[in-house]
Design a protein around this ligand. Structure first.
Ligand SMILES: Nc1ncnc2c1ncn2[C@@H]1O[C@H](COP(=O)(O)OP(=O)(O)OP(=O)(O)O)[C@@H](O)[C@H]1O
Ligand code: SF4
Ligand SMILES: [Mg+2]
Length: 349
């Protein structure tokens, strides 16, 4: 496919509801230094495909989501672009922002207490973004709440009227119910099942699977639960130390992951051996030259400690020249679906 055709396709799919992230970077000031929580990252999230973003704690998963949606506070310096339906998402403000986030891009946040108003009756709060009159909105939310075992959370309830009267797990389920009731175009969930017991986790997973079928856009789920990722996602994005290190179709990823870190993540799953990855992921403030995974990588070689690997096509020869610049990732993803990996093992040079 020629570059012009790829660009044309990219523009038309942008209008169709693709979320196009280009060079999105997030940094914080730390002891007079600029510390990157997210290095310039480009990814195209296309309608019809659900994506799971995985990686160890602190690798930048939530910062990527919050940066995309313009939810980071003023301490964060955000650069780059996030295009959605012809608008710059992270620049949206006021009513326009609330409208898009309510009707099209519903977020289930990682920390429910921070996003719930303690003074407002919870059902009213959850029904805010749902269409219809008040009775219809509350009934819709109530039916989703019932599906998640929260039938006692009603406007008249004396014991479960406000968010502070709900446990953390109940709050999480309530936010999942509210997001699915809004029938958004994209459902974006940051750790939707963390902190839930096995039964509630299963109910929640079922609801997300149903939502995946009904949303026109797709599901973007950040999770540590690789079973959840495998059951819901068509595409897996792996992050390490503030960068995407692998981006692959889910089936291929779970059959044969490419990046040494991804292989380690899968081997650490109890059903696949429960072998932990030795060492720890580096703090953003302690990154040195070279591949950030090098100290933990059994394949590390001289080049890995001297140079930062770029993104390479996972299948050699799949799209000609194997290396792709970060800024080219989106266009290449559109034309080359075999996935990409940030590792010198895939370099031709
Ligand atoms: N407001 C902030 N100020 C300074 N550093 C921050 C801030 N928010 C996030 N960070 C840093 O950015 C990095 C990425 O954080 P992020 O919350 O995205 O991690 P995560 O991958 O979502 O982890 P987890 O799986 O634990 O939720 C971390 O090192 C974190 O300490
Ligand atoms: S670039 Fe080198 S250190 Fe990094 S993952 Fe690949 S082989 Fe390992
Ligand atoms: Mg997080």
């Amino acid at each position: 496919m020629t570059l012009q055709k790829t660009e044309k396709k990219r523009r038309s799919s942008d209008a169709d509801g693709t979320i196009l992230v280009r060079d999105l970077a997030v940094s914080f000031a730390h002891r007079n230094k600029t510390v990157y929580a997210l290095h310039p990252t480009s990814v195209a999230l296309e309608p019809g495909a659900s994506t799971a973003i995985i990686g160890e704690s602190g690798c930048g998963k939530s910062v990527l989501l919050m940066g995309m949606l313009g939810f980071l506070d003023r301490t964060a310096h955000v650069s780059g672009s996030v295009q959605y339906r012809g608008e710059e998402l992270k620049a949206l403000k006021g009513a326009r922002k609330r409208g898009i986030l309510r009707d099209r891009l519903a977020l289930i946040p990682q920390n429910p207490p921070e996003s719930l108003n303690r003074r407002m009756v919870i059902v009213d709060q959850l029904a805010e973004g749902v269409t219809g009159n008040r009775r219809q909105r509350i009934e819709l939310v109530a039916s989703e709440l019932r599906r998640l075992g929260l039938e006692h959370v009603t406007p008249r309830s004396q014991t479960h009227r406000y968010s502070f009267q709900l446990s953390g797990g109940m709050q999480k389920r309530a936010l999942v119910a509210a997001a699915t009731a809004r029938s958004p175009e994209w459902l974006i969930a940051d750790e939707p099942t963390t902190g839930l017991d096995a039964i509630n986790r299963a109910d929640c997973t079922k609801l997300l699977a149903e939502a995946k079928q009904s949303v026109v856009g797709g599901l973007i789920v950040v999770t540590h639960d690789l079973h959840l990722a495998e059951s819901l996602a068509d595409r897996i994005v792996v992050m390490y130390a503030g960068r995407i290190v692998e981006d692959a179709p889910a089936k291929e990823f779970f059959r044969s992951p490419n990046h040494p870190y991804s292989r380690g993540l899968l081997k650490a799953v109890p059903s696949r051996g429960a072998i932990p990855i030795p060492g720890e992921s580096p703090a953003s403030s302690e990154l040195h030259d070279g591949c950030p995974f090098a100290p933990r990588c059994i394949h590390s070689h001289e080049r890995c400690t001297a140079e930062l690997p770029g993104m390479y096509a996972a299948r050699r020869g799949a799209a000609g020249d194997n290396q792709i610049g970060d800024h080219q990732t989106i266009d290449r993803y559109m034309s080359d679906r075999h996935g990409h990996v940030r590792c010198f093992l895939y370099a031709d040079d």
